[in-house]
Design a protein around this ligand. Structure first.
Ligand SMILES: Nc1ncnc2c1ncn2[C@@H]1O[C@H](COP(=O)(O)OP(=O)(O)OP(=O)(O)O)[C@@H](O)[C@H]1O
Ligand SMILES: [Mg+2]
Length: 390
């Protein structure tokens, strides 16, 4: 349902629960628009720290810290799902929280999210809920295929998940996840993965970006390209589902819907993320409005920006592994390629698998953009006598 609210105009103050790279990029967009920005994160050297006016170091369960963040702010948002609902409610005593705790309660728990999607008639792949290793073994027998076991809380980049292919793997996988409940999904034969980003402001306007096509390896996003080279019919279907979700959830902010496209051509919802998303980093250079500015507009109840694609764009994630051996990647070589840009998140420590930044590459076609992104990534890996620096 649409609400009558007044916009938070530039000059106002935004507060962000979370200070990772998504919070950092959102802060930068907010500052460009003339807002003051604060963030809260448990990590004292979080990525957003150096681009916000004020950063509170506290746990996402710390309700008093959430109150401190929200006091005097005009609107509160989040960039990560693992914020406690109690902290969100505490922040809500001082300023509107968008998206709010009711939406988060559904999305941050994988079990609840799946059940909600089914109840509301959105298409998902076959799954069951497990509360023990026995349940996992049973699900595996019934599926006759390997399964993905996904802990109800706390997963990202494939963490908090186990791939189970044989009954004797079930006990170890369950122990490893150390969770009370999990979603057990049949491993699907995927043709493609795509995502859609819908923005909705409190007064009801919605806007959808062109779909992104995403390539994962070892359950972590490697590259994305936008607009996704998929049939129009499929893109339209994904957009309708995303709009339906935004309405059903009374979204205030952004929602990314990750989809699986199976070899049989079925479009299934994988999962939801109510925030900016890695698969839409390309909007910064390939769309009229970036996802980060759109997030700011949506939570401030300003008119949403045009989501038009200006050029096909690919992004390639730069993981900490690239810094192995202490040498900085050869950014000069990647930047020498016309159409390539580098975005680093200012993280102090490069660890294997940690997202440190991304490359963007523009092309005449999506295929050309991917090709350029790949070449830029290769160029980074050329070693030489380089400065030891993250
Ligand atoms: N049921 C499945 N069948 C086939 N592949 C799957 C399945 N579930 C997950 N995957 C693969 O693992 C990837 C990560 O899964 P998922 O999106 O559930 O995890 P995540 O930890 O939330 O990831 P992220 O934080 O990157 O979104 C998917 O994008 C897909 O490539
Ligand atoms: Mg995912």
């Amino acid at each position: 349902m649409a609400r009558k609210t007044s916009p938070v105009l530039p000059g106002g103050t935004l507060a962000i629960l979370g200070g990772g790279q998504l919070g950092r990029m959102m802060s930068m967009a907010a500052r460009t628009l003339g807002y003051h920005v604060r963030a809260l994160d448990p990590d004292p050297s979080c990525a957003a720290r150096f681009v916000v006016d004020h950063c509170i170091t506290a746990s996402f369960e710390d309700e008093d810290a959430a109150r401190e963040l929200a006091r005097g702010a005009d609107v509160v948002t989040l960039e990560i799902e693992k914020v406690s609902l109690a902290s969100m409610r505490a922040a809500g005593e001082f300023a509107p929280v968008r998206p709010g705790p009711a939406l988060l309660a559904i999305v941050q728990d994988r079990v609840k999210q799946k059940q909600w999607l089914v109840r509301h008639g959105f298409p998902v792949g076959p799954f069951s809920i497990a509360r023990s290793a026995k349940d996992v073994a049973r699900a595996l027998r019934e599926s006759r295929k390997p399964v993905f076991v996904k802990a109800s809380h706390g997963g990202y980049d494939g963490r908090g998940q186990a791939f189970v292919a044989a009954p004797d793997m079930a006990a170890a996988a369950w122990a490893d996840l150390s969770c009370k409940a999990a979603v057990v999904e049949h491993a699907l034969d995927l043709k493609q993965e795509v995502s859609i980003l819908v923005a909705r402001r409190p007064s009801g306007q919605t806007a959808v970006f062109p779909p992104s096509q995403n390539h994962h390896e070892d359950r972590i996003l490697v590259y994305s390209v936008m607009p996704a080279p998929i049939p129009k019919r499929l893109a339209k279907q994904a957009e309708e589902i995303a709009r339906g979700l935004a309405e059903a959830l009374s979204l205030e902010g952004l929602l990314v819907v990750e989809f699986f496209v199976t070899r049989d051509g079925e479009l299934l919802v994988n999962e939801l993320a109510p925030r900016p998303h890695n698969t839409f980093h390309g909007t910064e250079v390939g769309c009229v409005t970036s996802q980060f500015e759109q997030a700011v507009r949506a939570i401030c109840d300003l008119p949403l920006g045009s989501t038009e694609s200006t050029r096909p764009v690919a992004i390639y994630n730069l993981l900490g592994d690239l810094w192995a051996g202490g040498e900085a990647p050869a950014f000069d070589r990647a930047l020498a390629l016309p159409g390539v840009r580098v975005h680093l998140y200012g993280k102090r420590e490069a660890r294997p698998g940690r997202k440190m930044g991304h490359l963007t590459a523009l092309g005449k076609t999506p295929a050309a953009a991917i090709d350029l992104a790949m070449r830029a990534k290769k160029a980074l890996e050329v070693s030489g006598s380089r400065v030891r620096r993250t």
